[in-house]
Write a protein that binds this ligand. Sequence first.
Ligand code: AMP
Length: 210
Amino acid sequence: MKLILLGAPGAGKGTQAEIIAERLSVPIISTGNILKEAVREGTELGLKAKSFMDKGELVPDELIIGIVSERLAQPDCADGFILDGVPRTVAQAEALEEMGVVIDRVVNIDVPDEIIVPRITGRRSCRQCGSSYHVEFKTPKQEGVCDKCGGELVTRSDDEESTVKNRLRVYHETTEQLIDYYSGKGKLREVNGDGEMCDITRAILEALEA
Ligand code: AMP
């Protein structure tokens, strides 16, 4: 199964990708996670991407296409994968096709903006290892401290309210075009992302069969 999860930032793509990847035994390719790790480690990629990410803007297509083509060439992607947070532009979708990648399904997780803003602004991330928490839905055992490594939990700059609003604007202006793009190819399925996590997982698994 070669699957793309589409949806606004905070729609639950990452959470659902983890559950579905385990069920299907396929790897997840999350450009957001790859970029965040690069920023934490201060690599050349991280330095190039950071200013865009801090403002909630998209990182240039050529950087993203480079990351994805390198990752898809790894042997663990041969039998399938889940793309989480990529493609985000029509140019990225076209680049995938040019690489010869044939996508089986595209699932759009639909959540209204007014639900997304508190979901994202409540996120907290470990400064040290990057693990994520939420002030309401996934609290650490000790407030402000990472369960995994004891690192300090902070709000990433791109999870602050003004940046989240910009990320949503960018999503509606650019990424949402991919709904029509994949719908035109007959690959798109829509899932309501406002509900219980297990119901959304079930809806996604059903969408893969439909
Ligand atoms: P995410 O965690 O997927 O929301 O990604 C965090 C940030 O990384 C985004 O706000 C973008 O700045 C950048 N990013 C991640 N994936 C992409 C992509 N496919 N295209 C452009 N920028 C991306």
